[in-house]
Design a protein around this ligand. Structure first.
Ligand SMILES: Cc1cc2nc3c(=O)[nH]c(=O)nc-3n(C[C@H](O)[C@H](O)[C@H](O)COP(=O)(O)OP(=O)(O)OC[C@H]3O[C@@H](n4cnc5c(N)ncnc54)[C@H](O)[C@@H]3O)c2cc1C
Ligand code: FES
Length: 301
């Protein structure tokens, strides 16, 4: 058992498992349309990997449950050492509460939770595709890929320019980048999928990493399948407990020629996109044999 700053018990005993801690808010800032909070959480920062998330306790009416947020950044060295940063959009009472937290206030956080993005086993080019704040975990990943000397290409898309997350950071962390907006206010007029064909044309991309709305992830997976490129997606299924108990977050995934209903909070949120049964999302779970064609696409590609 261990806890960040020694103030609260861990929720799991594994050395790389999640912790629960009361974390001090060190900084709050606006990044375009989004809000960012930086917490002091040294042990979580040490354990966190790109694609994992934290579950934050919020207060006020309609805020019984913790709220999950992808980890955007961790600092392990320098003046910000031991901190974790999240980025969020204000959409309801929980995120509104977080947007009003004062510096030095304390927040109850559990993390890091879930499976991280797997790093490529070979020296391949990587294409990172993010929708809206879905860019946040991908920029964390981009840093790690760069540290491993892998070529990173980034495509970010959003409805409008002010919903594109951190364009400057995306440019800094990539060898090539493209931006799309649905209203044409910045970059290419259209959606991320409109530029993927071009980014994949060279044939050097070995893996796509994506995070964003489910329809975008489904479309990106379809293109990856067409081009025979591996695809890892971070899903944002609605979550209640965040630790594998309540089954709120299950989604149908093909596993060993069968359909398994996996919990996005513990077996995800990162999945091989080709194993998710996108066409069945939102339907009642059951257990049926996947088709032979689907079952062959188990691995990365
Ligand atoms: C693994 C994971 C990572 C996430 N990372 C981020 C992040 O980095 N930044 C960020 O802004 N948000 C992120 N989210 C979504 C975030 O958790 C919700 O926006 C937040 O819980 C909303 O809380 P609220 O009380 O403000 O709004 P609520 O009142 O709970 O919800 C407001 C509206 O948002 C919808 N909503 C709530 N949760 C989700 C969800 N998971 N997916 C789609 N719609 C949802 C609700 O249906 C409702 O319409 C993530 C979710 C998951 C599961
Ligand atoms: S959110 Fe409870 S099992 Fe995943």
């Amino acid at each position: 058992m261990s806890s960040s700053r020694g103030r609260a018990p861990s929720v799991q005993g594994r050395a790389d498992g999640p912790l629960r801690a009361q974390c001090e808010v060190l900084a709050y800032q606006r990044i375009g349309n989004y809000h960012s909070l930086t917490f002091v959480a040294p042990e979580m920062a040490e354990r966190a990997r790109p694609g994992q998330f934290v579950s934050v306790a919020v207060k006020g009416e309609g805020t019984l449950l913790r709220r999950p947020f992808s980890i955007y950044a961790v600092s392990r060295h320098g003046p910000w050492a031991g901190t974790i940063e999240i980025v969020f959009d204000v959409v309801g009472p929980g995120t509104r509460y977080l947007s009003k937290l004062a510096k030095h206030s304390s927040v109850d956080i559990v993390g890091p939770l879930g499976r991280s993005f797997p790093m490529p086993q070979q020296a391949v080019d990587c294409l990172l595709v993010g929708g809206g704040y879905g860019a946040a975990p991908l920029l964390f990943l981009a840093q790690r890929l760069q540290q491993s000397s892998l070529r990173v290409n980034i495509v970010l898309g959003a409805a409008t320019q002010n919903r594109l997350f951190n364009i400057i950071e995306a440019k800094r962390l990539s060898a090539s980048s493209a931006f799309t907006t649905e209203d044409g206010s910045f970059g290419i007029h259209g959606r991320v999928t409109d530029v993927l064909e071009r980014m994949l044309a060279g044939g050097t991309v070995g893996v796509i990493y994506a995070c964003g709305p489910m329809p975008m992830l489904a479309a990106v997976t379809a293109i990856a399948r067409e081009h025979r490129v591996a695809v890892q997606v971070a899903v944002e299924e609605a979550m209640a407990c965040g630790v594998g108990v309540c089954m709120t977050c299950v989604l149908p995934v093909r596993r060993d020629r069968r359909t398994a209903n996996l919990r996005a909070c513990v077996e995800g949120p990162v999945f091989n996109g080709k194993t998710i049964l996108w066409e069945r999302l939102g339907r009642q779970p059951d257990d049926e044999v996947a088709s032979g064609e689907e079952a062959t696409a188990q691995g990365w590609a």
